[in-house]
Write a protein that binds this ligand. Structure first.
Ligand code: NAP
Length: 261
């Protein structure tokens, strides 16, 4: 085998099963499509079946394999039920991408409510934590290792005004990544994070569709002078879950057009 084909084998996910949360649109959809195009069978998760089946159809139409399972990743009963279904149907999980997140409150911390706090923390931290716990138990039982990537945000390093609670959860995602990385390394399970900057999705549309906010504040803060497209985020995820990153755990890769530089 020549050097090039040996490298390409590292990003060949044939025979691997990958679980992606928030896979019905945006960054999660781009990650799911990339993983499927490289051979992984993808379990697509979000709350609404309709969005998931649309992504599932795109994958199967191009010869890939995917299954849609609706789940509110901020709800423990639904997470437990998701993993009962996964354990009933799949022999193993090789890859987990925690991506579903919420940001229900845009405003000053002094005006934030307890219900917004509870929702933000349930989806962005509790969900990531217990989905990781479930998936890592399966990986550990099978003894074949695995790879987990958490989608954080540059806000986890540098909080953005009006997004306090969201930023605090994203700082927690970085600590969670490092904590699980240390605990799971002996079982050959790697845990890393990707921290996107502003990306063109429904999630960010409240800011990116506001021309004044976009042109006066957002674009001038980005050295590359533009926001990302979702498939510019998925490359870093593919690297981290692949064997090309076999010595990388507990790392955070920023994909932000230079915002944090
Ligand atoms: N866009 C950005 O500028 C940006 C920047 C930095 C980081 N990020 C991070 O990137 C990740 C993906 O964001 P995105 O921009 O792709 O957002 P998006 O386009 O709004 O997609 C969010 C996805 O999460 C799902 N979701 C939302 N709440 C959920 C819940 N409670 N349970 C299960 N699924 C849920 C949504 O599907 P359903 O509605 O069907 O549940 C959807 O599939 C998030 O972690 C976000 O914090 C985004």
């Amino acid at each position: 085998m020549d050097k090039n084909s040996a490298f390409l084998k590292q990003i060949d996910f044939t025979g691997k099963t990958a679980l992606v949360t928030g896979a019905s649109r945006g960054i999660g959809e781009a990650i799911a499509l990339s993983l499927a195009s490289l051979g992984a069978e993808v379990i697509l998760v979000s709350r609404k079946l309709e969005g998931l089946t649309a992504v599932e159809k795109k994958i199967t139409a191009s010869g890939g394999k995917a299954t849609s399972i609706p789940c509110n990743t901020g709800n423990m009963n639904e997470i437990d039920n998701l993993f009962s279904q996964i354990r009933g149907k799949y022999e193993k999980i090789d890859i987990l991408v925690n991506n579903s997140a919420t940001n229900p409150f845009f405003g000053n911390n002094l005006d934030a409510t307890e219900s917004a706090w509870d929702k933000t923390f349930s989806v962005n931290l509790k969900g990531y934590f217990f989905i990781t716990q479930h998936a890592a138990k399966i990986m550990k039982e099978k003894g074949m290792g695995g790879s987990i990537v958490n989608i954080g945000s540059v806000n986890g390093i540098r909080p953005t005004p009006m997004q306090g609670m969201y930023s605090i959860t994203k700082a927690g995602v970085i600590s969670m990544t490092q904590s699980f990385a240390k605990e799971l390394a002996p079982f050959k399970i790697r845990v890393n994070a990707v921290l996107p900057g502003m990306t063109d999705t429904k999630f960010s549309s409240v800011m990116t569709q506001n021309p004044e906010l976009l042109n006066k504040f957002i674009l001038p803060s980005i050295p590359m002078g533009r926001i990302a497209q979702p498939d510019e985020i998925s490359g870093a995820v593919i690297y981290l879950v692949s064997d090309a990153a076999s010595y990388t755990t507990g790392s955070c890769i920023t994909v932000d057009g230079g915002i944090l530089a």
